[in-house]
Design a protein around this ligand. Structure first.
Ligand SMILES: *Cc1c(COP(=O)(O)O)cnc(C)c1O
Length: 242
């Protein structure tokens, strides 16, 4: 039991530090702290710890596997909490997750968007999605190239049952900070550019980028949703594919 309560205290302290960092980065980038969505990434984390984060004001969680989310969901106190899928979605799992999460952030092909749309229409809902961009990651091959997004996002927006809410990316580990900032700025420029075109069924509300190691830089680079896992809950036992 002692171990459990120690970890509870760690989570509280980590949340406090991260919120301060987010607030500072938000202000530095000319925004307000409350303009930034703070997601707790809960993959591999046990429900007791997730619930502790929820009890401490976390209102947005992200899971990267459909099965894991569905297994843990009944044990989570999700009232007033939004959940997003942030990991690659296989088409045979789309049926299970559509309507269960507020946003599917990881739409990485037109085909999966079509599958999501079909399932959403069957369920009589509209599924919000983000379009994932591949910004050159050594451990994730998922997402659209930046130079094909304009075309693909229009195809996705034309699919019944889906509504595009923004863009997401998983940044690679960069040795040079300037390389990382360039990636964030390319994402932000694309986000602004698509928004300015006022395309039907595309609302550029969310720019999801930044994780435990780079969420402050991501905010400085224009992110308004950061996805933070290990900085809250501690290191995971394995480095899973997202
Ligand atoms: C695991 C994961 C995160 C969080 O990673 P941390 O480095 O632990 O903060 C963010 N986004 C995606 C897509 C992930 O799979």
């Amino acid at each position: 039991m002692e171990k459990l309560s120690e970890k509870f205290t760690d989570i509280e302290e980590n949340l406090k530090v991260i919120r301060e960092n987010i607030a500072r980065a938000a202000v530095s980038s000319g925004r307000k702290p409350e303009d930034i969505y703070f997601m707790a990434v809960t993959k591999t984390v046990e429900p007791a710890y997730i619930n502790h984060a929820l009890a401490n004001g976390v209102n947005l969680i992200g899971e990267n596997r459909v099965q894991e989310f569905l297994e843990k969901e009944p044990e989570l106190n999700l009232e007033g909490v939004s959940a997003h899928l942030i990991g690659h979605l296989q088409s045979n799992k789309a049926r299970k997750i559509v309507g269960k999460v507020d946003v599917i952030q990881s739409v990485d092909t037109v085909e999966i968007a079509a599958e999501i749309g079909k399932r959403a229409v069957n369920a009589g809902i509209t599924q919000k999605v983000l379009v994932e961009i591949n910004v050159g990651n050594e451990w994730s091959k998922f997402g659209f190239q930046l130079d094909e997004v304009d075309e693909k996002i229009c195809e996705i927006a034309g699919i019944e049952g889906v509504n595009v809410q923004g863009l997401m990316c998983v940044a690679p580990i960069c040795e040079k900070k300037s390389d990382l900032m360039k990636i964030f700025s390319n994402m932000h420029n694309k986000f602004i550019d698509i928004d300015s075109k006022k395309i039907d069924n595309i609302n550029m509300n969310i720019l999801s980028m930044g994780m435990s190691g780079d969420y402050e830089d991501a905010i400085l680079g224009g992110a308004n949703l950061v996805r933070v896992g290990s900085a809250i809950f501690g290191p995971r036992l394995y480095r899973d594919k997202h």
